[in-house]
Design a protein around this ligand. Structure first.
Ligand SMILES: Cc1cc2nc3c(=O)[nH]c(=O)nc-3n(C[C@H](O)[C@H](O)[C@H](O)COP(=O)(O)OP(=O)(O)OC[C@H]3O[C@@H](n4cnc5c(N)ncnc54)[C@H](O)[C@@H]3O)c2cc1C
Length: 450
């Protein structure tokens, strides 16, 4: 008999909004369905699916999936494009938000798919456990984050999907399957872009809890940031550059180190950058109130690995994001290619963040079998200007086989994009085998994958 500790928490805090009792029954759809989620988080995309469902149990999900034709899962709506939209039905996982089980023997935590990382991280820590890494914010759903290969930083840290040990999936006919690491479809389904069905539970690898210390350094000379990229990125457990590309500098370097592996003091001079004297926001002019604690003050992993605290909205949401991955061996060239465009991009951006992601085995991960550098930009909410710039950036980075983040904005031609994923043919064949009637197809998948 395994020694397991079950925690059944009836409800975690979720974003406000209407919960409609009829919304989970496809046969009782209210003709004037009011949606609790109308737009994505940034507000730049309005979902077009006429029907919206918020099931709160596995059985309700199965019934919906079985009875509905076109449909798509919606997690925490943090993507910047139409990846989570559907021509007919959106199935929100917002009410599938329970921590199901901490399995101390097998070192796993199982959560319902719509649970946000910040919803269960503290409870996990209180039991003595931690996840290996987190993204920049804890407000994203576990299944939705993994579906798009969401990542944090760290030369030895793969994307969040690399923590997944198993998913429970409702297939298009409503049947249930558990796909774990030994299953041949695992590398396709976890970073699955929502193409295989609705994931209802996710089990993640855990380890003993640990503290993290976060230091920020200001004004790293750009040439040093480029020439000593590997060394600087390896100087902590998770390292990020923040830059607006101007003035020949990286404005901030965030270095997150594990207390159990902190090594020597980083000091006040870090490769020519100066230690910050107080907490800062990635956009230096903005208040650091929403940011996780810095200044080397140790704190639990879940309160330091994300840049933003769970209790705060990281920014107004009035922004756009795009992110591009290139193999890490091309980091210096990619940084210089971006910097070359600074006069053109600076007026339209808030900040860029540069991170590293270790290689993984997920077929549609940009880091499939290749460690990568990820060049992210938070843009001002000016879609016309941003959409005019993206093809130029994609062209500049083309020599390095650039791949965009699935959940952010991009304009790359679908055939070119598909050609950069050696496993695309296998992924497409498997998606069609799981979903022969195209229940989970939407405009995004039709455009980019099918
Ligand atoms: C402020 C902000 C900060 C961000 N920071 C980072 C970062 O640090 N690193 C990074 O890589 N990305 C980052 N992102 C992007 C974000 O992590 C991704 O867009 C992620 O996919 C969001 O998860 P979600 O649950 O909101 O997904 P949604 O937009 O709700 O859905 C995304 C996809 O997942 C599918 N999906 C969702 N739930 C399920 C399910 N249960 N079963 C099957 N398919 C499902 C949907 O159908 C859709 O295809 C950030 C986004 C924002 C807005």
């Amino acid at each position: 008999m395994k020694r397991k500790r079950f925690i059944q928490l009836s409800s975690f805090a979720t974003a406000g909004g209407l919960v409609l009792p009829w919304s989970c029954n496809p046969r009782k759809q209210n003709p004037q369905q009011i949606r609790s989620v109308q737009k994505n988080w940034a507000g730049n995309y309005t979902y077009t699916a006429p029907h919206f469902h918020e099931p709160s149990s596995l059985e309700e999900v199965q019934e919906l999936v079985r009875n509905l034709d076109e449909q798509k899962a919606l997690g925490s709506a943090h993507c910047f494009n139409d990846i989570a939209d559907s021509p007919s039905n959106q199935i929100s996982t917002r009410r599938l938000n329970r921590l199901v089980e901490v399995d101390k023997e097998n070192k796993t935590v199982t959560v319902e798919a719509g649970t946000r990382y910040g919803d269960f991280a503290e409870a996990l820590h209180e039991q003595g456990y931690a996840l290996k890494n987190l993204a920049s914010l804890p407000h994203i759903s576990v299944a939705g984050a993994c579906a798009t290969a969401t990542h944090g930083s760290g030369v030895r840290n793969g994307g969040l999907a690399t923590q997944v040990v198993a998913v429970e999936l409702v297939k298009p006919d409503g049947s249930l399957v558990t796909i774990d690491r030994s299953h041949p479809d695992f590398p396709a389904v976890v970073v699955g872009l929502g193409a295989f069905g609705i994931i209802t539970k996710v089990s993640l690898e855990i380890e003993e809890t640990y503290d993290v210390l976060q230091h920020v350094f200001l004004d790293l000379p750009f040439d040093v940031a480029v020439t000593q990229f590997d060394e600087i990125m390896s100087s902590g457990y998770s390292v990020s550059y923040f830059t607006n590309w101007m003035d020949n500098k990286v404005s901030e370097v965030w270095v997150k180190r594990r207390a159990d592996d902190a090594g020597t003091e980083l000091g006040g001079d870090f490769y020519g950058a100066k230690a910050a004297t107080h907490n800062v926001h990635p956009v230096i002019e903005q208040s650091a109130e929403s940011c996780s604690e810095q200044m080397g003050v140790p704190g639990p992993w879940y309160d330091r690995l994300p840049h933003f605290k769970m209790g705060f909205t990281p920014s107004t949401g009035a922004e756009l994001q795009a992110e591009y991955f290139v193999p890490r061996e091309n980091a210096a060239d990619a940084l210089m290619a971006f910097e070359k465009m600074k006069e053109e991009i600076f007026p339209h951006m808030f900040i860029s963040e540069i991170r590293t992601v270790a290689a993984d085995n997920f077929w549609m991960s940009p880091c499939y079998k290749k460690e990568c550098v990820a060049l992210h930009t938070t843009w001002k909410p000016k879609p016309k200007e941003v959409y005019a710039l993206l093809p130029k950036i994609e062209a500049e980075l083309a020599p390095y086989g650039v791949k965009p983040h699935w959940g952010k904005l991009f304009t790359l031609d679908a055939k070119v994009l598909q050609g950069r994923y050696e496993k695309h043919p296998e992924f497409l064949a498997l998606a069609k085998a799981y979903d022969p009637d195209g229940k989970f197809k939407n405009g995004y998948l039709t455009r980019n994958i099918y």
